[in-house]
Ligand binder design. Structure first.
Ligand code: AMP
Length: 423
């Protein structure tokens, strides 16, 4: 039997110290598995969602190496490169390194788009121990010769599934081609679809595999519910839920997901007009606006955040007690990511999804992906039993059809276009 405490891991004293200060006593499963392998210098293929403690699982061994083997900085170079799909996640990862590396001497900087490049160029002039970057801006700065990847010792690709969803495959490949062959590489993804495994093969050398919470399971601590209702009933039901939630003490924060940027804006405005302080984050907002909204949310000043999928990635706020899917996502994996915004760090959470008639097909896809029906919540005045029945019938029909997959040529129709939330 292995000792389940952090004390048993051969981490440096300043790291043990910060873990005690943070009150982390037991490593999460991914930390328990990955940290010893990474300390041995192995490459790693990790299948894990956010919320599993994944960031510390790579930050701690990297900080340990920086601590054990300090090196002089080289102009425009970095020892560690962490690639993330979004600015929010880059900021989050940078913050985590700062937290875990509080008692370690190291330098870091962030590179992402949507803001001026001059401070980023200046920060890279002397070189850094750690660079956290999104692919597009990083490539821009490399092409302008402000960044040099030839000295990278540790390379982390975080949330690769999302990176590919956002069309970064070519950029990632270009970046990988610039890395030295001698390096330790870590690859994290919430799903391991064949294209993702193919990419991992081209990057990793004899990797150890660690798999936590595969894509098809959703966090057990989340109480999931679906409401069948008319589109017009979504607003009043949301307001009722938010009012109840505002009485919920410590876990009072709520993230409401909207499929489009326009929808997110409209909803946040409408809620404010009804006396419920709410803010929206999505790709059309400037970086400064998004950060301000997140800060106000974290502090509880605006306890309701209306978000699109991509903008909410990397939002790691402990006191989110409720996630509402005002619109169901048309990509079932997004459902798993969305509800993972609640029940963070061992807390409990609730995820309520609104389903109107146009969204029945999305719901079916989601339930197939998570391999369970979402319990329905009908104890409210807007419940539409006919829709619930229709869904039940659809589900039965689907079960009866599989596994024969009849060749009738009737491809599954996706309702409306595949609008994909804002960036
Ligand atoms: P992550 O999956 O890296 O986004 O981490 C999710 C949350 O869990 C963050 O708020 C971390 O601060 C917290 N966390 C990570 N590891 C531990 C641990 N071993 N014990 C308690 N909390 C943790």
């Amino acid at each position: 039997m292995t000792d389940p405490s952090f004390e048993a891991l051969p981490l440096a004293a300043p790291l043990h110290r910060v873990l005690r200060e943070l009150d982390y006593s037991v490593p999460s499963p991914i930390q328990a598995q990955a940290i010893p392998l990474l300390l041995q210098g192995r490459d790693l293929l990790g299948c894990a969602q956010t919320g599993t403690g994944k960031t510390a699982s790579f930050a701690l061994p990297i900080l340990q190496a920086i601590h054990d083997r300090p090196r002089a900085l080289q102009p425009r170079c970095c020892r560690t490169l962490v690639l993330t799909p979004t600015r929010e996640l880059a900021i989050q990862v940078g913050k985590s390194f700062a937290t875990y590396g509080k008692h370690i001497r190291f330098s870091q900087t962030l590179i992402y788009g949507g803001v001026g490049q001059v401070p980023q160029v200046n920060a890279m002039r002397q070189g850094v121990d750690l660079l956290v970057a999104t692919p597009g801006r990083l490539l821009d700065l490399i092409e302008q010769r402000h960044v040099d990847l030839s000295k990278v010792e540790f390379f982390v690709l975080d949330e690769v599934d999302r990176m590919l969803d956002m069309g970064f495959l070519r950029d990632v490949k270009k970046i990988v081609a610039l890395l030295p062959a001698q390096r330790q590489s870590l690859f994290f993804s919430a799903t391991l679809a064949p294209n993702i495994v193919d990419l991992a093969r081209t990057i990793l050398r004899d990797p150890a595999h660690v798999s936590i919470a595969p894509e098809t399971t959703t966090a057990e601590k989340i109480r999931q519910q679906v409401c069948f209702l008319n589109r017009e009933a979504k607003r009043p039901l949301l307001e009722q839920l938010l009012w109840e939630q505002s009485q919920a003490g410590a876990q009072k924060l709520t993230i409401v997901f909207s499929r489009t940027k326009h929808g997110a804006n409209k909803l946040a405005k409408g809620l404010c007009a009804s006396g419920i302080p709410a803010d929206a984050i999505h790709g059309n907002k400037s970086q400064a606006q998004r950060e301000k909204a997140l800060e106000r949310f974290k502090k509880g000043l605006t306890p309701v955040l209306v978000a699109t999928d991509v903008a909410a990635r990397g939002v790691d706020v402990k006191d989110v007690g409720l996630v509402v899917n005002f619109d169901l996502p048309n990509e079932p994996e997004a459902y798993v990511h969305r509800i993972g915004r609640t029940a963070r760090a061992g807390a409990e959470g609730r995820a309520v999804s609104f389903c109107s008639e146009e969204e029945l097909e999305f719901l079916r896809d989601i339930e197939k992906t998570i391999r369970m029906p979402i319990p329905r919540w009908d104890d409210h005045e807007w419940h539409l039993e006919t829709l619930a029945q229709q869904h039940g019938n659809g589900r039965r029909a689907q079960q009866m059809q599989s596994p024969s997959r009849n060749g009738s040529g009737q491809g599954r129709r996706r309702p409306r276009g595949s609008s994909r939330g804002g960036r």
